[in-house]
Design a protein. Sequence first.
Length: 538
Amino acid sequence: MRESSQKPNTSPDKLYRLVGIAYCTYSPFEQKKVSKNEAYCIHLFTEGEGRLVVNGLGYQVERGKCVIAEPDMTVTSEAYKHGLKGYELTFEVLSVEKYGKPATQKRPAFPYVGEVECAPLSQCLEWAQAIYSYASSESKNELGSLEQHIHFQELLRHIIRQNLQTSHLQNSRQAVEATINRLRQEYRYEWSVSQMAKMADLGRWQYTRLFKEMTGQVPLQYLSSIRIEQAKHLLQATDDRLFDIAENVGFGDEFYFNRRFKQTVGVSPGQYRRHYREEIRIFAPFLEDFLVTLGITPVLQSSFSRWGAQSYLQLHSTPAVEMSAKGIIPLPCKPDLIMVDYGFSSQWDSDLFSEKAPIYRMSNQGEDWQATLQTIADIIGRGKSAKMVDAISSYERKAEAARKKLRAMRRQTTAFLRVNSNGIRLYGGPDKSFTGPVLYRDLELTPHPLVQQFVNCDRTAELTPDMLNQLDADNLFVTFDISEKEKHKLLATSLWRSLPAVRCNRVFEVDFLSWMNYGILAHGKKIDDVLHSFQKQC
């Protein structure tokens, strides 16, 4: 008697059917709200930048980004200043019989939704263009329809394969995240990288790489930063001896604790405790903006013969120190602490002041004003951190409100010039200089092409007459660091008068001291000046 065996049915339990494809083009700043879609939709972007909101969850999109929306989801599209283009492919997921029985799932699901990996873009575009080409052609036939179906299946296979790998990476990230959470709870104990990697079931090299991607630090550096933060809290809240604090947070050795604390924070643990508990007398030349933001009145303020003191800070009763003097600069009183910015040492000698006091030198670049504010608040004590958070939140709300008011101005190009006795300097883009991060990043105004062309790695570039002749920006913000006589002479030149912004009366002169400053109050004044200048033109 022959035994019969039933072979398993190897057919899939669901199929993917292409419903339609469209190539969508959005003009700059165009918004489009789509009603709830009945099928899945692949949004594959080919040009521009914008934002896609799927059921309230937002995605920043640009060339190469791919987002999949499920059925019954509301999708809102918004293009940014360069517009937005891309394919939209709608498809259904169909249940099929399995083992001779109907599938029980009423609506089978596609395994990946939201933002998905689809690199390389060139391959995905090849499939999408072939699908769109056939859908747009007038002649239809069986072979073309089959090829279109195959191209679509290849596209989906590519997306599924790429995101299977992403899922594995995500599982690894979750394992690393679990060890990070454990470090936060058990920072007092001794840890090794090998021990952490073993807990995550990863190789030491892979674990360290993922750890740094997720935290910005290697594991032991991150552990040290946790211990330092806990030490700060104990220095503020207790009268414990430094030895006891060092042991409590996991350092063990008091001398090593002192060294690591000063390397990280910038002052010794003892100084940090005194700064937190006492009102200290601070002199911070050209950093006064940050002190005022934190509610601190500096004991002295800097001044320069050509520009004066920073009048917008209204430190009228604070003695001014003339920084343009040669040789030793006398101080009217002795501060407890002197703080100087990143570029101070390149302009002035360390032993510049007559009164000696501990000097803290900022290590971060001026453009990162939030890091500067955080560092100063930290040095002075965490009692000032609430003011810091409020100040940053207030600035961000102000910038957001201004962006909305200036939406129409993004179609125009803008540049910032500083005119001094050596010539005319063009200031940098969204990541450089005193002005670019505010104008082009916070306010999202459009920089003139010369800003990117001539100001690349440097913060500024000197404009030759030929370069200035190419500056056909719609709007010019200018600060003059020259005498009134020199200013009138420049404004009378044919080259200056030929500039489009000059001819259209769209040159806006702004305050030198507030615009040549990285402080948060200075940045707020820049926003006010931009709004006031453009409102006058409306």
